[in-house]
Design a binder for this molecule. Sequence first.
Ligand code: GTP
Ligand code: MG
Length: 202
Amino acid sequence: MKISSAEFVMSNSDVTKCPKDKLPEYAFIGRSNVGKSSLINMLTSRKSLAKTSGRPGKTQLINHFIINKTWFLVDLPGYGYARVSKSSKKVFQKFITAYFSKRTQLVSAFVLVDCRHEPQKIDLEFMQWLGENQIPFSIIFTKADKLSKNKLPIQINSYIEEMLKYWEEMPNYFITSSSTGLGKDDVLAYIDDINSQLKNLE
Ligand code: GTP
Ligand code: MG
C-alpha cells in the first residue's frame, strides 16, 4: 500500500470523543518505550507524525491519524510504565480499556513487544484480555535491528514456544525495525488486505 497522505486528527482520553467517522481503525499498543510511535512513523514514512522519546511515557493520550483519507491509525499510551503514579496508572488503564471495549470501528489491534525480551506477564495478560473480549490482534516484534541475524530467529522461536503454552495457535505476527524499515511492507499489506475485504462487504 502506498501512503499518499497521513495526517494527525486529534488526541484525547475519552473514547466517546474520538472521531465519529466509521472508517476502519488499527491501534498500536504495548509497553512504554517498546516503539509504538516510532513504528507509526516508519509505516507512514513520516519522520515525526507521532511523537517519540527515549524516555518512557511519551504518549499519554489516544492519538488518531487518518491515512489516505480512508482509515485510522491510533497511537496509544504504553502500559506498565513504572514511573507513573498508581492513581494515574488506573486512569490510563481505564481509558485504554474503554477504548478497546467501546471503539466499534476498531478492526484490529497490534500488540508490540520488544524482540529482545522474554514474554512479559503484562503483555501476556493484555493479550489474554483481548482474546477474552474477542478483539482481534496481531503481535509486532519491534527493534529487530538490535539483535544479530542469528539471535533474532532464536528469540522469536522462544517467544512462540512460550505463547503456545497459553494459546492454541500462535497469533499472526510481524518482525519489524523502525530503524531499518523491516516489516513495513508486510504490515501495510496486511492492513490493505483487510481494508479491501471490508470494502467488498459494504
Ligand atoms: P511511549 O509513548 O512512551 O509508550 O513509547 P513508544 O512505545 O511510543 O516508544 P517510542 O516510539 O517513543 O520509542 C522509544 C525509544 O525506542 C526511542 O528512543 C526510539 O528511538 C527507540 N526505538 C523505537 N523503535 C526502534 C527500533 O526499531 N530500533 C531501534 N534501534 N530503536 C527503536
Ligand atoms: Mg509513544
